[in-house]
Design a protein around this ligand. Structure first.
Ligand SMILES: [Zn+2]
Length: 264
């Protein structure tokens, strides 16, 4: 068995306040995960608790891990970083959900990122990716980003550890290991190198007509319209079939950290 991490970023459709994917896609995705014995981590934007508490509790009831994907899905900077990290955790706890992991929107982090996470008691993070022009540049992660421990000495003398689960690439440096790229480059993408972690957004399975139309005219919007709806499901299933042949076991972030012994 090869352990791999399945992650789902649960947010408004295509970075808007629309939430069609929560109602139309998430239940189907949960059934697919059940049928294939996949356990995932759902990085959830905490303000969705206000409108979709039952759905989020259902995700957890089905055996998946809930982690934070910020409070409002605003890109993090020196002004809002601590607030988004802190308030989302508090909001989850208010709903009885204790979260230990965090993923920043757009893989963009503030300089204080790890300090902020430590202050709020998170134990792992999955916010670093290698390169996207104008957004992030972490070439130091190397050719094959993999889990590592971020350790720091505090003024009290205590050492604190945060496990980092960086986003690997299908193709170095900028093709992240996610459904967006599988869809975009399909069918060639079936030849991509398989990596230890994968991510997707439920809105990627929406039919074109259900996507927020105002977002589709941009360059990124045009790219992301490729292979949506049924085609997206087929591409994803093919990818899962391929992994099944290689005896991949899909687990949540916390389970991976524990089983692989990353923090030891
Ligand atoms: Zn996101």
């Amino acid at each position: 068995m090869t352990l791999r991490i399945m992650t789902v970023d649960l947010e408004g459709d295509f970075d808007t306040k629309n939430v069609k994917s929560l109602e139309k896609i998430v239940p189907k995705l949960l059934d697919l995960f059940d049928s294939r014995s996949i356990k995932a981590t759902f990085f959830v934007v905490s303000e969705l608790l206000d409108s979709h508490l039952n759905l989020i509790l259902e995700i957890r009831r089905r055996g998946h891990e809930i982690a934070s994907h910020s409070k409002t899905h605003s890109f993090l900077n020196s002004k809002n970083s601590l607030i988004e990290i802190q308030e989302s955790k508090a909001q989850f706890e208010g709903a009885g959900i204790y979260v230990t992991g965090f993923r920043s929107p757009g893989f963009i982090t503030a300089n204080s990122h790890f300090e902020d996470l430590k202050k709020c008691g998170y134990s792992y993070d999955s916010s670093l990716a290698v390169f996207w022009p104008g957004r992030y540049m972490n070439f130091w992660l190397g050719f094959r980003p993999q889990a590592f421990v971020q350790e720091s000495q505090e003024t009290s003398g205590n050492k604190t550890k945060i496990v980092e689960l960086p986003m690997p690439t299908f193709f170095w440096p900028l093709i992240n290991s996610g459904l967006s790229y599988l869809r975009l480059f399909s069918p060639v993408s079936l030849l991509f190198r398989n990596q230890y972690m994968f991510y997707l957004h439920p809105w990627e399975f929406l039919e074109k007509s259900d996507l927020p139309q105002e977002k589709l005219k941009s360059f990124l919007g045009k790219l992301l319209q490729r292979n949506t709806g049924d085609k997206a499901w087929k591409i994803f299933e093919k990818f899962l079939d391929q992994c099944e042949k290689k005896k991949v076991e899909w687990v949540s972030c916390s389970e991976y950290i524990e089983k692989v012994g990353v923090a030891k």
